[in-house]
Design a protein around this ligand. Structure first.
Ligand SMILES: Cc1cc2nc3c(=O)[nH]c(=O)nc-3n(C[C@H](O)[C@H](O)[C@H](O)COP(=O)(O)O)c2cc1C
Length: 400
């Protein structure tokens, strides 16, 4: 059973008789837990109606580029950013030619130009059209631009001929889409990750905590598992589901998180601190609920262990990655933290109203002692994968 958990797949349907198989493909992608949006070319919409794809995907099917309503709802740039991967299935000879030319005269080709996500095509055409030098030259160009090609298969064709040009079956295409996310970059590594907030008890019913949702850390845990790592996620209280193939250990307080980290760190190759660990905890935890008697109440706080610094200071420390959430002077403060804590890499982000804490999107500035790499605003799942890529390259000494 393939998994496309939390993946946003944009399915492009162009003008081929094989378009009927794409309806089934939507089902297969959804069964694997992907969120699917369908964009049809003019040709595509002649073969299967947008309504069919809308009903199957549970999302509006998009067709027009120069349409005020469509642009106001979810425009071409938003769709390009939304997608974790774009699959054009079927990809007609004509659409392949448009893609090779870099045209942007319809919605689907404009999205393909505007995206930074992986684009894949599943060609479908008559075997003569497939063999034509023009088609083959176009495909060569797409290959050079890192556009993936799934199929085509060989066999009986709708036109009555036999040969290469059949679109792959829906289940084969869904499996190829899942493979896009399985990079294998960290297949040798154990990744220890902390995520979410901590809760520091004041009395039996109250605690000090923060606004961390855990979403960034969980997205990184998922990306690390997809990269083939063994992943141990030590998590503060969150309402998030554990990503597939991730071992999760639940904790509440910073001290519990610290203890769990120390128990597992010796067998870890990479440590990623994406948790918002409370710096302080109450000196005393009241045995009974504190009563509302005085006008003011003073809590005395003491420092919690600095998990990140303690891990970085270990003999045989793993490759250590921290996060810095700042409200100003992002690069300067992050560089100071990188040096002060003696860690290998820091991912810094500005916190604001609709970004970072609790939000689904973020931007990151990834710093090492020698390098800096800004990651543009994107979903936390995309950023998680980009960060895992950077960590793998840095750890295995490929310059970023
Ligand atoms: C019945 C029929 C079936 C077709 N099947 C295919 C096909 O499988 N592959 C292909 O590349 N073109 C096929 N074509 C031609 C395309 O539909 C035509 O080139 C169209 O302009 C492509 O539109 P698009 O650019 O929106 O994909 C077919 C045309 C017809 C009338």
């Amino acid at each position: 059973m393939i998994s496309l958990n939390n993946k946003r797949i944009l399915l492009g349907v162009s003008g081929s008789i094989a378009a009927y198989k794409s309806a089934e493909l939507v089902r297969r992608l959804k069964e694997a837990n992907a969120e699917v949006r369908v964009v049809l070319t003019k040709g595509g919409a002649e073969f299967v109606t947008p309504l069919t794809f809308q009903a199957l995907s549970g999302n509006p099917a998009h067709t027009n580029l120069l349409d005020t309503e469509t642009e106001a709802a979810m425009g071409h740039i938003e769709l390009a950013r939304w997608a974790d991967a774009i699959l054009i299935a079927p990809a007609s000879a004509n659409f392949i030619a448009r893609l090779a030319q870099g045209r942007a005269d319809d919605l689907l080709s404009a999205i393909c130009l505007a995206t930074s996500s992986t684009v894949a095509i599943a060609p479908a055409m008559n075997q003569q059209m497939w063999a034509n030098a023009a088609t083959q030259e176009n495909l060569q160009q797409l290959k050079q631009r890192d556009i993936l090609q799934f199929g085509p298969g060989d066999g009986n064709q709708a036109c009555g001929e036999t040969g290469p040009g059949r679109m792959l079956e829906a289940s084969q295409l869904a499996a190829h889409v899942a493979e896009i996310f399985e990079t294998g970059l960290l297949s040798e590594d154990t990744v220890l990750l902390i995520a979410g907030p901590t809760q520091e008890a004041i009395d039996p019913v109250r605690y000090l905590s923060n606004r961390s949702s855990g979403k960034m850390g969980y997205a990184i845990a998922q990306a690390a598992a997809e990269a083939g790592a063994k992943v141990i996620l030590i998590s503060g209280p969150t309402s998030l589901a554990t990503p597939p193939r991730v071992e999760r250990i639940n904790v509440r307080s910073a001290q519990q998180m610290f203890d769990a980290v120390m128990q597992h760190v010796a067998h870890s190759d990479i440590f990623i601190s994406a948790a918002a660990v409370a710096d302080y905890r109450p000196v005393r935890i009241a045995g009974q609920k504190i009563k509302k008697t005085e006008d003011t109440l003073t809590l005395e706080l003491q420092r919690n262990p600095d998990i990140l610094a303690e891990v970085a200071a270990l003999k045989n420390a793993p490759f250590t990655v921290g996060f810095a959430a700042e409200t100003e002077n992002l690069e300067q403060y992050a560089r100071e933290k990188l040096a002060r804590k003696g860690i290998d890499m820091i991912a810094a982000n500005l916190v604001g109203e609709d970004i970072a804490f609790e939000a689904d999107e973020n931007t990151l500035l990834v710093l090492t002692a020698e390098n800096k790499q800004p990651l543009a605003r994107a979903s936390k799942f995309i950023l998680g994968r980009q960060l895992i890529d950077i960590i793998a390259k840095q750890k295995y000494n490929v310059s970023i």
